[in-house]
Structures are given as C-alpha cells and as structure tokens.
Design a protein around this ligand. Structure first.
Ligand SMILES: [Zn+2]
Ligand SMILES: [Zn+2]
Length: 339
C-alpha cells in the first residue's frame, strides 16, 4: 500500500509499504479521510524524539473496515467508521474504570505506532463506541474525520456546563476553539464572544455562530468585554491558544466565581501572579479529553456542519503541501488528507 512516512521537519515521503494486519482484537480501515491535527503539525515543524523517522502519522481518520480480528464484537467488514487508534494495557486503574484514553501505558496511533496517512490503517484494539465509531448514513467520510477535534469541543462544553444566561468567551478560533464554540452553541447560552487574530478564523467563528468577534490583533479585549458585560465579566472563558497573553486576559475578563477552561497547551513556561484566582474565587479547570459520541451526534443531527471547519482537501501524494497549508492560519482551519 501507499503511505506517507515522516522523516523529519517538512519531510514526508510517500512510499510503498506493507499493509497492516488486524490482529485478534483489532480492525483494519481503508482510510478515506484523515485530518491534520495540531500535534501532527508540531512534529512537522520541529521534529522531536517522540516520532521516529519512518513513522506513518495521522490519527483523525475515517474509512471502511476491511479486516476484523476474531475477538472483535459488533464491527464487520464494510462498516463505515471513524476511529481513535489506541493501544491500552487493560490492567491499570484507568483501563479498569473504562477510561482508555487515560491508560498509564497508553500508545497512540500516528505517534507510537503507525497511523492513517496511508491507504490502510490499523486499529489494534477495536471496541465499538470506545475506539471505533460507526458513521451515520448521510454523513461523509470527511465530516466523520473531524469527530476527534469536535469531540474535544464537546468535552470542553460538557465540562464547562454552561447555563442558558451565561456569557462565554473563547480565546483562539483554530479547530479546537471553533469546535468548542459549536458545542457550546448547541447547548445554548446567552452570548458567545470569540477573540482571535486571523481574519479567516474570525469569519469561520461568525459562520459557526459566534455573537461577537473581537479582533485580538487590533482591539482592546478587556475594554470590549467590559462594555459587553457591563463591567461584570464573563461567566466562562475557554482558553484554546496556549499563550501567556490570552491566558492572562481570560483571568482578567472572568467574573467573580467564573470558570477558566484551560484547553490550549503551553509550549513554554511563563510567570504570572495567581492572586487573581484567589481574589475572584476562580475555578481553573484543565481540559484534556474527547467526547466522540456527542461529536458524532452533533454532526448527525445537523447541529454542527463539518463543511464550516474543513477548508482544504489534498490527495496523499501532496501531503507536504497539505501540512504547509495547515500551518498557514490566515488561510486554513482543518485540512484533510485523502489517501
Ligand atoms: Zn488530533
Ligand atoms: Zn491501562
């Protein structure tokens, strides 16, 4: 089969490699669509020891099941599925309590073993509604490929637990910020503000249902939020950038007893004075997780339209170009590779 192998920063090469097998507990998927994730981009830009040269990356994928292991239940050849490819130990505390994604010995497809920038991808542990999700009729492979990032948004929204009268601000309208926006919108709140620098992403946020857009490059975020909330502050701030400035702004614009949902991942450490957390009785809530079933439901019900997230599609052979496009936040939101 054809696969894109990662050799280092800006260096994918499409080569002929052996097709993966299902094993006793897994399935093989003929990949139809695989989204480029922020974590993939990180390695594409900088490399790093975690991904060995020759790895097939890609973990946000969908396609058709072509092979099923003998101990797999409820999944058959020909099923249209989206998958979260993981290997877990099934022995640790988290596995035993059903939280596979928190396994202490977790291995992730596309990093620790081969992923889906390839014609075929393995899902070594295939458990329906845990690692394999059936795609409802009428939903495209491309749409189903966004259930991982949309699942993060659904998870954030569920964890934030907004009330109908709440005012919510989201910092950063990349894929995860927009997914959070869509999931919060589906629950319903009084007002959603999005603060973002890229014009393209501001437009996407409006299309997905933001009520107010703040151009973080040219506008004074604190002042604008002050005007909108009558000085009270927002009820929930969702930080999806992972930079010092929006993090500090999020704490500043929150009301007393407000919730800071920390979704963005910080690359570098910085100093800040936590006195605001105490002074305002803030709830600081970390968010790492995904709610795939809710994401699939949001797509199936039409409450979320995947086409508003997917800006570009490329064949496997053009994968370097696809990654360069994903790197350009002035143009792209979600780029899909179609092996
Ligand atoms: Zn991802
Ligand atoms: Zn485990």
């Amino acid at each position: 089969m054809k696969a894109a192998l990662f050799y280092g920063p800006h260096d994918f090469r499409v080569e002929e490699v052996e097709k993966p097998g299902a094993g006793d507990y897994g399935v093989v998927v003929r990949v139809r669509a695989c989204g480029i994730c922020g974590s993939d981009l990180h390695f594409y830009e900088r490399g790093g020891a975690k991904v060995k040269p020759g790895t097939i990356m890609g973990h946000e994928f969908s396609g058709d099941v072509t092979e099923v292991g003998k101990f797999v239940k409820d999944i058959k050849v020909g099923d249209r599925v989206a998958a979260a490819s993981l290997i877990v130990c099934q022995e640790c505390y988290w596995c035993k309590s059903g939280h596979f994604s928190r396994c202490q010995n977790l291995q992730m497809g596309g990093f620790d073993f081969n992923g889906a920038y390839a014609e075929y991808a393995p899902v070594p542990l295939a458990v329906l509604d845990q690692t394999v999700f059936k795609i409802p009729d009428g939903l495209s492979y491309e749409a189903a490929a966004i259930i991982e990032p949309l699942g993060v948004g659904a998870y954030v929204a569920g964890r934030a637990g907004p009330s109908a009268g709440d005012i919510v601000i989201i910092f950063g309208a990349g894929m995860i910020g927009l997914a959070s926006l869509a999931a919060i919108k589906a629950i319903g709140v009084s007002q959603i503000i999005v603060s973002e620098m890229s014009k393209k992403r501001c437009q996407a946020a409006l299309a997905i249902g933001a009520d107010v857009i703040i151009d973080a490059g040219s506008e004074n975020v604190l002042q604008r939020v002050g005007q909108i909330t009558g000085g009270r502050g927002v009820d929930i701030a969702i930080e999806c950038v992972g930079l010092r400035r929006p993090f500090l702004q999020a704490m500043q614009v929150l009301r007393i007893d407000g919730k800071l949902m920390q979704v963005g991942v910080f690359d570098t450490a910085f100093e800040f004075n936590p006195v605001t957390i105490t002074g305002k009785n803030l709830h600081v809530i970390g968010c790492l997780g995904g709610d795939y079933l809710t994401a699939m439901e949001l797509l199936k019900s039409g409450k979320v339209d995947a086409s508003k997230f997917i800006t570009h599609e490329y064949p496997l052979i053009d994968i370097n170009e696809a990654f360069n496009k994903q790197l350009d936040s002035s143009e792209s939101i979600k780029v899909i590779v179609k092996p």
